[in-house]
Design a protein around this ligand. Structure first.
Ligand code: HAM
Length: 430
């Protein structure tokens, strides 16, 4: 009788050590940048009560939920995004938390999406958020962190762009042209470029907009500069929203990020809770899905039953980012590498374990040295094969006859040369 081999669920990934090494490189760079910008790390559960998302996150994400009823008859959902969990954390300690504060997290998320390039059913997402301020410099801080992070990964300013838009600006424009309920219109506007002009016009007509209103909106969303927008908006609120964007761009330019941001009013974002600036990060040719997306959500805590506490932040997924880095040849070598491989001519396992312990305690570049050794008696040729396979830099022989007490014979595998020295000299040779 044949047994079927279990299959990997659609839209999920296995991380064999080589793939995990690349994941860790991404996680390390995310964490390092977030910490450099003084964000503090937090976490939450991987599943929440379903109602945390329904009615708050927007239809699209709710239709993509992985949800189930648990044994206690509770409606549960695997988290599709981190922002509602963050809002819950903030509400629970609203009084104690000293605002504003900057937090980051690197959650594993789940969305029942059609698995395709750049979109999986399980992925990781860096979240950076600033809670408790309405200042536009919070947006500036987040965008500076995004640009710094992408530069750290080796991308050039020309390789990516942070497109910035504003729901405040869009809302005032919708009001100016007399369009109905923005909440109904946003999801359509978000799909404008994906669905094409005809379907766009039809969906807006269904939402109650006239042909003239659709044409005006289309022209507005195509504006590429602040000057162009200025010519088409007249209200005080719109002028204020534009001034905010101008201030944001000037601040980022002063810090050397001027080339990384641009106005892009075609960005609306699918999530329902955004209230102000919204932004998305794309590769320069926009040939891939968004690398990151975020925005300001000043009333989410209120929608969830808490006080009104403003927030702004973004999520950057690991999938599109890794695709982009791979395309630019910027992913690290996925092969294993160890500092020392401890070998023995006489298969003296006790001496091997003793020396391995000594070298493991050694610090190399501030990190504990990585050390490997044979796990069973084997010929020297086999030991060297293993050392090479594991990417060892130096092979240390525990019983070389040229070594005095406190010294070891060692071979530098990078150039094949043999030497004798004590542990300090061997460390220095790395
Ligand atoms: P989002 O636009 O839904 O925003 O996701 C942000 C990023 O997560 C996307 O640009 C993409 O890189 C990645 N992503 C989303 N869905 C998938 C998927 N199915 N597979 C792979 N990657 C994906 C949010 O999630 C907001 N909660 C972000 C936020 C934080 N806003 C404020 N703070």
């Amino acid at each position: 009788m044949s047994i079927e081999i279990p299959q990997l669920p659609k839209g999920t990934r296995d991380f064999y050590p080589e793939a995990q090494r690349i994941q860790n490189y991404i996680f390390d760079t995310w964490r390092k940048t977030a910490e450099e910008f003084a964000y503090e790390e937090y976490e939450g559960p991987m599943f929440e009560h379903l109602e945390l998302y329904t009615g708050k996150s927007g239809e699209e994400i709710v239709s993509q939920l992985y949800n189930f009823v648990d044994k206690g008859d509770r409606a549960i959902a695997l988290r599709p995004e981190m922002t509602p969990t963050l809002a819950r954390l903030v509400i629970q300690k609203a009084r104690e938390l000293k605002k504003p504060f900057k937090w980051f997290s690197m959650p594993r998320l789940f969305r029942y999406e059609k698995a395709q390039k750049g979109r999986l059913r399980e992925f990781f997402q860096l979240n950076m958020d600033i809670i408790g301020t309405e200042s536009i410099y919070a947006e500036a801080d987040l965008m500076a962190a995004i640009a710094t992070m992408l530069r750290k990964f080796g991308l050039k300013d020309g390789d990516f762009a942070i497109g910035v838009s504003s729901r405040k600006l869009l809302a005032t424009y919708l009001e100016e042209i007399g369009a109905p309920n923005p909440a109904l219109v946003y999801p359509v506007l978000d799909r404008r470029l994906k669905i094409g002009p005809e379907a766009f016009a039809k969906a807006l007509a269904d939402a109650g907009l006239s042909e003239e209103q659709v044409a005006k909106l289309d022209a507005f969303m195509s504006c590429k500069s602040i000057e162009e927008v200025q010519a088409s908006v007249h209200s005080e609120a719109a002028t204020a929203a534009l001034a905010e964007i101008q201030d944001l761009f000037a601040t980022l330019a002063a810090a050397g990020y001027g080339e990384c941001v641009n106005l892009d009013l075609s960005i609306v974002r699918g999530l329902a809770y955004y209230t102000g600036i919204v932004f998305e990060v794309f590769d320069k040719g926009k040939s891939m899905r968004a690398i990151a997306g975020g925005g300001r959500y000043d009333s989410l805590t209120e929608k969830l039953g808490g006080d009104r506490i403003p927030g702004v932040g973004f999520g950057m997924g690991d999938v599109v980012l890794a695709d982009l880095l791979r395309e630019h040849g910027l992913l690290p070598n996925p092969k294993q590498s160890v500092d020392f491989y401890i070998a023995s001519f006489t298969n003296d396992m006790k001496k091997i374990f003793e020396a391995a312990q000594l070298f493991r305690g050694a610090s190399v570049n501030g990190k504990s040295a990585s050390v490997s050794h044979p796990l069973a008696a084997m010929k020297m040729g086999k030991q060297l094969d293993q050392a090479n396979y594991q990417g060892a830099k130096i092979v240390v022989y525990v019983d070389g006859d040229k070594a005095q007490a406190g010294e070891f014979e060692y071979k530098d595998l990078r150039d094949g040369t043999m030497h004798v020295g004590n542990i300090e000299a061997i460390k220095a040779a790395l």
